[in-house]
Design a protein around this ligand. Sequence first.
Ligand SMILES: Nc1ncnc2c1ncn2[C@@H]1O[C@H](COP(=O)(O)OP(=O)(O)OP(=O)(O)O)[C@@H](O)[C@H]1O
Ligand SMILES: [Mg+2]
Length: 333
Amino acid sequence: MKVALTYNLKKKDPLKPADYFSECDSEETINSVVSALKTKGHSVDTIDVEYPALFSYFRKNTVDMVFNIAEGKHGRFRESEVPAVLDYLNIPYTGSNTFSLALALNKALTKKILKAENIPTPNFQLFTRGDEVLSAELKFPLIVKPNCEGSAKGINKANVVSNKEDLFQKVKECIDVYRQEALVEEFIEGKELTVGILENGKTRVLPILEIDFSSCKKSGEYFYSWKMKEFQGDSELGLVPEFYCPARLDEKTEAIVKEAALRTHRAVGCLDISRTDIRLDKFNIPYVLEINPLPGLDPKESNFPIMAYAAGMKYEDLIEAILMSASERKGLN
Ligand SMILES: Nc1ncnc2c1ncn2[C@@H]1O[C@H](COP(=O)(O)OP(=O)(O)OP(=O)(O)O)[C@@H](O)[C@H]1O
Ligand SMILES: [Mg+2]
């Protein structure tokens, strides 16, 4: 198959904020996807989707499939940008469509759908201006997050607040810095889980990954904050969480968690691949935090490949499964 890989390369620019490129892909990830596709016998061109590369490439070339991992560039629909262009040009691509990518990037809207589907998600309130009255239904501690970011951008330990004064300060900061609404959620104490779904012929829920931060206590970080994600594995910073895959859950709880992820994947309309982040509280309620239709695919660092390896797949099998799943859909969109 002739494949084009679309991506946004992670760059270093001291003039940009520290988390500016957090969602983009490293050279390591891009090279790994390319070599996995080649191992499976495909030819691959790579396209950094910085304008105008995407347009100039497709003016001159045709491909059988685009393998899309591009996060896009601008604003709250950015993950849909590349699929929207490909839709317009009638070129098939892997992964979710424009609509689901835009929806999943909007956490509050996704949560409204989850609530309507009776899928547990933390109680929440969206702050647009920052001076709204706090809903009496919300119980501290609360966490403040930018509504349309990923890679834990703007989510630091100080974003977990236990009083109104700190809450409104963080809400204002979030709106000012990220130029978007602040999502305020009840903070769920409990196990951190993430669930991978891979569709290839049949829908597979991969072994659940549990991330245990108790070994990171000295660092002061205790959940999957931006710092934890960005510097994961740095022993000097004390940011070496423990991974358990499959997660340490009894059979019944495992089934409940997988069901919540699968229902989320379907409710948002994800295709080929997704990763749902869940917090399991002390009553074993699986609170869905969000779904990622473009989960990181770094072969060593990212959560999704860890789950694929636990299912007995090699990295190239994972990449091939995504490609084959999209190929089966060809012509049906
Ligand atoms: N309501 C909550 N209760 C407890 N922990 C939370 C809550 N919301 C977020 N967190 C913590 O913050 C982390 C990042 O939050 P979330 O997954 O919403 O952000 P994200 O930026 O979309 O993440 P990703 O890197 O997966 O794209 C979670 O994995 C979890 O550790
Ligand atoms: Mg997440």
